[in-house]
Write a new protein. Structure first.
Length: 78
């Protein structure tokens, strides 16, 4: 999947944050909700226009970011 088909970043929409194309739903919001324990079903219920392809695109976007080392190393406390 090429996430670029589903995710865009435009300076006039949410200050340039990556969003799902044609919406104001940011990748950050989707990831925040999932990390808070939301299920796919809850996402689709709360955002009825969200598609499975868009959700997969969010994960592809994150995958590519990690593969390109666009993350901070995690340090564990002793």
């Amino acid at each position: 999947m090429d996430w670029r088909d589903h995710i865009v970043s435009e300076k006039d929409i949410l200050m340039g944050k990556p969003v799902l194309k044609g919406t104001r739903i940011s990748v950050e919001v989707i990831l925040d909700l999932l990390s808070d324990g939301w299920t796919e079903a809850q996402l689709f219920e709360s955002y009825p226009n969200l598609t499975r392809e868009q959700l997969i695109a969010v994960f592809a976007f994150v995958r590519d970011g990690v593969q390109q080392d666009l993350y901070m190393p995690v340090r564990r406390s002793a």
